[in-house]
Ligand binder design. Sequence first.
Ligand code: NAD
Length: 328
Amino acid sequence: MRFAGTTVVVVLATVVVVAVVACEPLELHAAAAQANAATVVSSPPNLSNRILCPPPPVRELSQVARGDRRAPHYPAARMEALDEIATWLRAARHIVVLSGAGISTESGIPDFRGPNGIWTKDPAAEKAANIEFYVSDPVLRARTWQNRMRSEIWQAEPNVGHRALAELEQRAHVDALLTQNIDGLHQAAGSTAELVVELHGNVREAKCLGCGWRGPMAETLDRVRAGETDPRCVECGGILKSATISFGEALVAADLERAQQAAQHCDVFLAVGTSLGVYPAAALPEIALRHGARLVVMNAEPTPFDPHAHAVVRAPLGVALPAIVERI
Ligand code: NAD
């Protein structure tokens, strides 16, 4: 395995926070989370209403690794918990992974809400991801096409975290890799294409919001390079955008259905690099918990699901994912 050998050293020298939390019986709003309107991508209006169970006390498990080079917000390490998670994954018959923008930051693609996130640095950028603003504002569209053309996504390569998830398939029983990412890096890392569900679409294609036409993104970007500020559909003259699902757009029903089924039937649900704040994807861990799965949250910052997770790993994914996978 590519990362084997060096990883243990890296992990010991880097700080990993792992909290295994006592998981109380949950009374969650899964019904609301799965409600009809839930096919539309949105930030939850009031997240605290979605999780009704009061947070259980977190068992204090911090322990600082010797000689670590920790970042201020990665204060402690507990390697035994990584062993424990690996044991759960080894024993699992049905593993589901949900990934978010955080797994691709180490490939140079910024996330939205992390400390260096696009929206954290420029809150106005959030508008470009909202379908209503996009459709109604030609200036915003022109700016978005320029940003698409220059995006770091076109040069990005998969990182060790992506490759660790591809390796996980070889070592354990992965039913599905549900991703909110639009960058295609899981497939580029070797994850089986049939297992990857791109819940929020992808940037490889452009789509027409009028007639549904689709074509390679490269061709539409060539038109932008040639001087078109807001290229229109070659079939009907409609508004074009990337074949991603913006806020306010509906997910592909079959993809959401597949993701919900996978969440219902898994015994371990691994949420990696996601703030778990975008619904309906963020309802998937709830579904898994309600059906008796173990929930592992791996994210640099706290998420609303941490109090309900069986384990929380707060560390760079490029460190923590290979460390877990090599233990399986
Ligand atoms: P998010 O921006 O809301 O959250 C990302 C989380 O990842 C943050 O909490 C951050 O702390 C964490 N993180 C960042 N780097 C990390 C690392 N190296 N190790 C561990 N954790 C790390 O992203 P989200 O939850 O995926 O949801 C927002 C939306 O962003 C999704 O709809 C997705 O489609 C879209 N998005 C995708 C990409 C991509 O395809 N790469 C990039 C930006 C945004």
